[in-house]
Design a protein around this ligand. Structure first.
Ligand code: PEP
Length: 249
């Protein structure tokens, strides 16, 4: 059985006071669920948020990580630093990192290697831009992101990979892929993995959908066979909305 996951990406929102208020409200209202629940605060709020969530079912994860072990990389955070504050999972390759911070398939492949070397699980983001979709290139773009970012890995490493398909045109725009569009590309992603690693690996990888998931559309999207949960941006900043999304899985 694949893991169901709902992960909240808080991005560059919330100072420490607001982060603590949000995690505390989420913990208070957290429904009983088989889904794994994750939240990703900004780096400076990881320590108190990890502390607040200790012993709960919510895992506090990072939004990013550098590929180097240590050294002259001003402003960056290493795998060891994340582990040192109790963080065992990181998002990598979010489309905002790819677009605004020049992250490439090549640098992401290095980040994935460093994370896995340290036993850090990766939520690896992929997704096409609007122009790609309009030109009918979305399968090619997403296929290429998976191959270049992840296909150097051995089969056993996939136990530590979660995929998040996030069409760039649906992130923070209020536009959502229809449940059918999501299913179509999630099935394609799974087939792409199966063609390289076999059915067993492909069937065991959780593939999350992200892009304007809200309480009123989550159920329909999560109901699709190859959608194993969601990576949630805006709606993860409101405890009640995030809780309703968790209840939709
Ligand atoms: C995201 O950025 O990962 C995301 C899915 O954002 P939103 O839910 O706001 O579209």
């Amino acid at each position: 059985m694949r893991k169901k996951i709902v992960a909240g990406n808080w991005k560059m929102n919330n100072d420490v006071k607001k982060s603590l208020a949000l995690i505390s409200e989420i913990l208070k209202k957290l429904p009983a669920s088989n889904a794994e629940v994750m939240v990703a605060p900004t780096f400076v709020n990881l320590i108190p948020t990890v502390e607040a969530a200790k012993g709960s079912k919510v895992e506090v994860i990072a939004q990013n990580m550098h590929f180097a072990e240590s050294g002259a990389y001003t402003g960056e955070i290493s795998a060891e630093m994340l582990l040192g504050v109790g963080v065992k999972t990181t998002i990598l390759g979010h489309s905002e990192r790819r677009a605004y911070f020049n992250e490439t398939d090549e640098s992401l492949a290095k980040k994935v290697d460093t994370a896995l070397k340290h036993g850090i699980r990766v939520v690896f983001c992929i997704g096409e831009e609007l122009a790609d979709r309009k030109a009918g290139k979305h399968f090619d773009v997403v296929g290429s992101q998976i191959k270049k970012g992840l296909f150097h890995l051995p089969a056993e490493a996939w136990k530590h990979i979660v995929l998040a398909y996030e069409p760039v045109w649906a992130i923070g725009t209020g536009e959502t892929a229809s449940p059918e569009q999501a299913q179509e590309i999630h099935a394609f992603i799974r087939k792409t993995i199966a063609d390289k690693y076999g059915k067993e690996v492909a069937e065991s990888v959780s593939i999350l959908y992200g892009g304007s998931v809200k309480p009123d559309n989550a159920k329909e999207i999560f109901a699709k066979a190859d959608v194993d949960g969601g990576l949630i941006g805006g709606a993860a900043l409101k405890a009640d909305d995030f809780i309703k999304i968790i209840e939709s899985i």
